[in-house]
Design a binder for this molecule. Structure first.
Ligand code: HEC
Length: 129
């Protein structure tokens, strides 16, 4: 009897480990293939490569991520540092229900700076300052 109980426990543990791995793959994974090397220094082009799949080509969001043309992302509420942090470390879901933002690997500081400049320009164009 003792042997059977032990085997049951092992099966249970294996299932639990597989479930955790599946959750990690689904949530922390990189379905858009963003762990790549980005080239160029143009903020608009880099945004299109690295951020648009979730935040929208027009910065108005997608079903994967929130719009940047929203007062919540004005510089006074999400300073430029928040963009560096989000790109480097990802962002925990807290303002919306899209889930967590995974880190976008492979961007240099200069490239993130260019992306932020592009986002700020687009925000100003619609009166978000
Ligand atoms: C895989 C989808 C995805 C990609 C790609 C992505 N984001 Fe996000 N991002 C999200 C989600 C989802 C949130 C919302 C988190 C929340 O609920 O507040 C978010 C939030 C943010 C925030 C707000 C963080 C905060 O402190 O509240 C910033 C800034 C941001 N993203 C910048 C970027 C930049 C810059 C890029 C491109 C380099 C990028 N994101 C690419 C999904 C993504």
């Amino acid at each position: 009897m003792k042997g059977i109980g032990m085997a049951d426990w092992r099966v249970g543990a294996a299932v639990a480990v597989a479930a955790v791995a599946a959750v990690v793959a689904a949530c922390g994974g990189n379905p858009e293939g963003t762990a790549t090397t980005f080239t160029g220094a143009d903020g608009a082009a880099l945004y299109a490569q690295a951020c648009a799949s979730c935040h929208g080509a027009d910065l108005r969001g997608t079903d994967q991520g929130p719009p940047f043309l929203d007062a919540i992302y004005r510089p006074g509420h999400h300073a430029d540092a928040a963009f560096f942090l989000a790109a480097k470390a990802g962002a925990r879901a807290h303002h919306w229900n899209f889930g967590n933002m995974p880190p976008v690997e492979g961007l240099t500081d200069a490239q993130i700076e260019a992306i932020v400049a592009f986002v700020r320009e687009e925000q100003r164009a619609v009166g978000i300052e």
